[in-house]
Design a protein around this ligand. Structure first.
Ligand SMILES: [Zn+2]
Ligand SMILES: [Zn+2]
Length: 228
């Protein structure tokens, strides 16, 4: 045990057990997504690629999530505090099974060069939260897969938290115009892997893809840690 561990003992984010941020018991309660499906028709699809018949302009080219957003993962994501965020995400990401992460490598192999783009937070929400979870996940993936970070998107509208809106139609309206492009010339011709912590109705990523493709992005894949 190091001095750092003595001064700042690690508590399990799921149950409070001392010794690590996610104890083996809580880790076992995480539910990995075992079948990848097409984002649009929900039928099985290799690595979550959008079927040729389901593609269209401004559509997502593929989407994968690692875990179901169950009560334990909800608790873990909620209890990650600012001071520990970097450490916790590193430990959590390192503990992910390599074969689940390999799907990212597959997306990487489909394009000659892709950029990891975390879904940005609105500046005012970023100040409240202190950090962007999507950005932490993207940074880990970038180091792991040697992928460059993209900085194409910005949040230009403060939206209501999607979790507080009941209907998917309303969620889409809530997200309309949420994103802007930082530098139009930079997006053109780029392949992008969008990264977010949780995917629920997909309204957020759909809106991000809409704007990125509008400004000339080529392929866009979506990676989320959890799926609701
Ligand atoms: Zn635990
Ligand atoms: Zn499909």
């Amino acid at each position: 045990m190091s001095v750092v561990d003595l001064l700042f003992p690690k508590f399990c984010l799921g149950c409070g057990w001392i010794g690590g941020y996610i104890c083996p018991r809580c880790y076992k309660k995480l539910a990995p997504v075992t079948k990848d499906i097409c984002f649009y028709c929900q039928r099985p699809s290799r690595c979550g690629l959008t079927h040729p018949g389901c593609t269209g302009p401004n559509r997502i080219d593929g989407a994968i999530s690692i875990f179901w957003y169950n009560s334990i993962l909800k608790r873990i994501i909620k209890s990650i505090k600012y001071r520990l965020a970097v450490d916790v995400w590193r430990e959590f990401c390192v503990s992910l099974a390599p074969d689940t992460l390999e799907k990212i490598a597959y997306y990487k192999s489909l394009c000659c060069r892709s950029f990891l783009q975390p879904i940005p937070l609105h500046p005012s929400r970023l100040r409240e939260r202190g950090f962007n979870q999507a950005e932490k996940i993207a940074r880990f993936l970038g180091t792991f897969f040697n992928l460059p970070q993209g900085d194409f998107l910005k949040r230009i509208k403060r939206t209501f938290p999607q979790a507080e809106i009941d209907f998917s139609r309303k969620r889409i309206l809530n997200m309309r115009g949420a994103f802007g492009i930082k530098n139009r010339n930079m997006v053109k011709g780029k392949n992008i892997i969008l990264v977010d912590d949780v995917l629920t109705t997909g309204a957020t990523v759909k809106e991000a893809v809409r704007i990125l493709k509008k400004y000339g992005a080529l392929k866009i894949y979506v990676f989320t840690l959890a799926k609701g």
